[in-house]
Design a binder for this molecule. Structure first.
Ligand SMILES: Nc1nc2c(ncn2[C@@H]2O[C@H](COP(=O)(O)OP(=O)(O)O)[C@@H](O)[C@H]2O)c(=O)[nH]1
Ligand SMILES: [Mg+2]
Length: 315
């Protein structure tokens, strides 16, 4: 039974969307055909990445953003992940409790991604989830990732607007700078502005931005102070997101952003198709078996064996 879910999703069936997401997470092959059906209906949602070290208040902030967007009558999709708790299926219990206040709102669709579906950074599953939410006609899709290293910064490559969240103390900012994550930020949020050190952190970030010279037609990252637990600054943050969106539209950056995204998808899809092909061949073709033997006997190297496979593939 092909495309049994996709058509329902396009008709607005939320349970079907949840089901397809689970199939994607579990790597069910039929789910790919469903995604193909959905693909023409994607590309409309505005994608916002929210990243930063654990505990800075990303989930609380996402919740506050959702509330603000809903007041503007925008529909929202939220993708949350927390690789630090692999046994709870992704998100911390706290995330679920917090998000429950939106659970009766049909305009909000929240999904936690298990870390296996995440794979440390931006995985195929993540992009598929984004596509499903997009096909559900969400105006905005918020993707929360724990940004602790390079791999996680990947979300900034597919997000239209990338928000990096920091909080006073803990010295996270230094780490983030090292990881290059600040480079990718369109908006820098200093959450927990109620805590001591928020203004210091703001000065540090201002100084850092001041060291870079921005061209007149270049986006200069905004710094927004928030207190997510009491929704303070959420309105300003949403305003900054919309400002950045307007900037991207008028500068042509949005098209570039989206081209970059489909390019990554194409590379990913090509890689996985080649992989699938090779794994199929390896199990049935003597040629591959021979190569594996040669490798095991050290008669060739993995790199030259791969080159041989590729040239064979080319034929
Ligand atoms: N003092 C203070 N605490 C906050 C604020 N925002 C979030 N928190 C708390 O910080 C902790 C971590 O928040 P969470 O959203 O789970 O962080 P995440 O790991 O980045 O998603 C929770 O106990 C929140 O209640 C804030 O603005 N001020
Ligand atoms: Mg969180």
């Amino acid at each position: 039974m092909k495309k049994r879910l996709a058509n329902k999703i396009l008709a607005g069936n939320i349970l079907a969307a949840a089901k397809l997401m689970t199939e994607i997470e579990n790597g069910i092959p039929e789910a790919v055909a469903e995604l193909d059906t959905l693909y023409p209906y994607t590309g409309k949602a505005y994608i916002v990445g929210v990243t930063g070290p654990p505990g800075v208040g990303k989930s609380t902030l996402v919740d506050a953003i959702v509330g603000t967007l809903r007041k503007e009558n925008m529909t929202v999709g939220v993708l949350a992940t927390d690789p630090t708790s692999p046994f709870t299926g992704g998100a911390l219990l706290g995330d679920r409790v917090r998000m429950q206040k939106h659970s009766l709102d049909q305009g909000v669709f929240i999904r936690s991604l298990a870390s296996r579906g995440w794979g440390g950074g931006l995985s195929k599953a993540t992009i598929s989830m984004i596509h499903i939410m997009d096909a559900m006609n969400r105006d905005v899709i918020l993707v929360e990732t724990v940004g602790a290293g390079q791999a996680e910064t990947d979300i900034t490559r597919v997000a239209d607007t990338s928000i990096v969240v920091l909080s006073p103390g803990a010295g996270d900012e230094i780490q983030m700078m090292k990881a290059g994550i600040l480079e990718a930020a369109d908006i820098l949020v200093i959450n927990k502005a109620d805590k001591e050190g928020a203004d210091n952190l703001q000065r540090e970030l201002e100084t850092m931005l001041g060291m870079k010279s921005y061209l007149p037609d270049e986006w200069r990252p905004n710094i927004i102070l928030t207190e997510a637990i009491c929704d303070k600054g959420a309105k300003e943050l949403v305003a900054a997101i919309l400002r950045h969106r307007d900037f991207l539209i008028s500068s042509g950056g949005l098209d570039k952003c989206r081209k970059q995204r489909v390019k990554l998808e194409l590379i990913e899809a090509t890689e996985s198709s080649i992989k699938d092909y090779i794994f199929q061949q390896i199990s049935k073709d003597d040629y591959f078996e021979q190569l594996v033997d040669d490798l095991a006997q050290r008669r060739t190297s993995p790199h030259s064996a791969a080159s041989k496979i590729i040239s064979q593939f080319g034929k």
